[in-house]
Design a protein around this ligand. Structure first.
Ligand SMILES: [Zn+2]
Length: 576
């Protein structure tokens, strides 16, 4: 028996639904909208945060009479977690991601205290107050959303099915392992409060397990036999700079018509310590896959040696170097566990990029300050690896706004490209321009310490940016290889002190055909290291160098290896 008043009250109201949606969306979406508007990331985070915040409608639909209480309980949890993420964004200008959690779990109490002390700034207090006031206002507007009895269950089930059950069922049908489904789902839920904490912790535990087992295996490897260092205990600093997605053909240093590398151009003309190698290619067009070869004894014919033999980092440590890893790459993501393993093989790490996705705005100038700090470290023998984000997609996110030198230019762009493709072409050149600045700054900062040693820069792989006719391909694909995906810059800078001690003329070596998968032999040769397994015929700088087939392709696939030199010339000028 309902009174007329009660019946009116229990009518479905779109306005009530609107307020409920606004209330639950607000917590995660406020930050995602801010991130999107400020141009730091795409729309995926915004979309997922909207979708997964809608889950909270279910209890509100099911128990409309208790709307305020339910919303208050959920709201407090959402408010606390989202406020933490917002404060983090205000302080660091970065999204609170699982990598941040990773760093927090890993950092010692002192660093954590330092982190917390930064919360107490006026800006933070004001942000928190305004944010809380909006939350309270939205809560005060909440009214029950009455959906007639059988329908409210159906609507709730539909929401639950669409967001959670459907991915589970679909992957079960496709025989995907449950762990993959869970991690896929949790990465989509990550932008929505409070899931970033729950999924962050889950992913942290998973990665820690695989990380630790890989590190334990590496620790248990026997060291290199008969390791000798011809430089004995002479103080020195050696630097390896690893670039990202930078193909040679779009650098003026290698003859590109646009001036994309003015600083390296100048260095190569004015500094006799600079040697530019012209014909180095990568074996695989993917970061992890190539570094598993370049930084180890693995190559296309023996792809698993990265697990069973010491790595470059192990080798340098064994030779008595204090070793450092400075990276602007995302490190603590599932895909990048191997990068984290490599970095942990050094004595000290600097993780400068805590972004949740690779395509988020982050500049390589991040590495310059820690690089200077490490150069000042008192250890007599230092080995520094700097891993850049280089010219990785999204190209636009790799350089500050005032570096858009090639914006709206048309010269040198092949005919038939759409406006979006032209923009990508120009953005890639802008990214190269900024990469030139970062790499040159590293060389100059290193040079300024009057070091004894050398710096080697190479890009992990190239990138196809509509270069190859019919100019419609962008990115990298091992199944459909083009030369531009494989050609990489390879540059050596030696200091005056080093040249005096090691008078070597590289001018006859610069046109040698070389694969970066054999890098460890070049590095050993340059550093003066020898050991059982060192092969000078695989060092581009050795008088004993022998040219061999440069295999490319997936070594784990049957008959997939092909000779790089059989790839068709794709450049419009035909000169790649
Ligand atoms: Zn890469």
């Amino acid at each position: 028996m309902f009174s007329i008043k009660n019946q009116a009250k229990q009518k479905f109201s779109w306005i009530a639904l609107g307020w409920a949606l606004l209330f639950f969306w607000f917590f995660s979406t406020a930050l995602q909208a801010k991130i999107f508007i400020s141009g730091y990331s795409g729309t995926n985070g915004l979309r997922d945060s909207l979708l997964y915040s809608s889950l909270w409608l279910i209890p509100v639909f099911l128990f409309p009479a208790r709307t305020r209480i339910i919303a208050a309980v959920i709201g407090v949890v959402l408010w606390a977690t989202s406020l933490a993420a917002i404060c983090y964004f205000v302080i660091y200008g970065q999204e609170f991601s699982q990598s941040v959690l990773f760093v927090m779990f890993e950092s010692n109490a002192g660093e954590a205290g330092e982190y917390l002390s930064q919360y107490f700034s006026l800006k933070i207090v004001l942000t928190a107050l305004i944010y809380t006031a909006i939350c309270l206002f939205l809560w005060s507007r909440l009214r029950p959303v009455y959906i007639p009895k059988p329908w409210r269950w159906l609507v709730s089930l539909i929401i639950l099915y669409a967001l959670i059950l459907h991915p589970l069922v679909r992957n079960a049908i496709n025989h995907q392992p449950l762990s993959k489904t869970v991690s896929g789902l949790s990465s989509r839920m990550e932008p929505a409060a409070p899931w970033q904490f729950i999924s962050g912790y889950y992913q942290y535990r998973q990665q820690l397990d695989s990380l630790n087992s890989l590190l334990n295996e590496n620790n248990a490897l026997p060291p290199l036999a008969n390791l000798k260092d011809e430089n004995a205990n002479t103080p020195r600093t050696l630097v390896l700079v690893i670039g990202e997605s930078t193909q040679r053909g779009r650098m003026s240093l290698y003859g590109y018509s646009r001036e994309t590398t003015p600083e390296l151009d100048t260095l190569s003309k004015s500094d006799k310590g600079m040697t530019v190698f012209n014909d180095v290619v990568t074996s695989r067009p993917y970061t992890i896959e190539i570094l598993q070869q370049a930084l180890t004894f693995a190559n296309e014919k023996n792809p698993d040696l990265y697990l069973s033999k010491p790595t470059l980092m192990n080798m340098m440590k064994q030779a008595g170097y204090k070793t450092f890893w400075i990276t602007n790459q995302q490190t603590m993501t599932e895909r990048n566990t191997m990068l984290t393993v490599f970095s942990r093989q050094t004595d000290k790490q600097f993780y400068m990029n805590q972004q949740r996705t690779q395509s988020a705005r982050e500049y390589d100038s991040n590495v310059l300050a820690p690089f200077k700090d490490v150069l000042a470290d008192p250890a007599p023998k230092k080995f520094i690896i700097v891993h850049l984000l280089g010219t990785h997609i999204k190209y636009k996110y790799r350089y500050p706004e005032n570096w858009g030198k090639f914006d709206n230019q048309t010269t040198g762009i092949p005919a038939g490209l759409s406006d979006d493709q032209k923009e990508a072409w120009n953005d890639y050149d802008n990214a190269n321009l900024y990469n030139d600045h970062v790499v040159s700054s590293l060389i100059k900062d290193y040079k300024a310490t009057d070091p004894n040693g050398f710096l080697l820069y190479f890009s992990d792989h190239g990138e196809e940016v509509y270069d190859t006719p019919p100019h419609q391909m962008q990115g990298r694909n091992e199944e459909n290889p083009t030369r531009h995906m494989y050609t990489v810059p390879f540059i050596l800078w030696t200091s005056e002190k080093w040249q005096a001690e090691h008078p070597r003329d590289f001018s006859a070596d610069v046109n040698r055909k070389y694969s970066s998968s054999e890098l460890i032999h070049t590095w050993s040769d340059l550093a003066g290291l020898s050991y059982d397994g060192f092969d000078p015929t695989r060092s581009i700088t050795s008088p004993e160098f022998k040219e061999t087939t440069r295999w490319i392709g997936n070594p784990y696939k049957k008959n997939a290896l092909i000779d790089y030199d059989t790839l068709p010339f794709g450049d419009q000028k035909g000169n790649q």
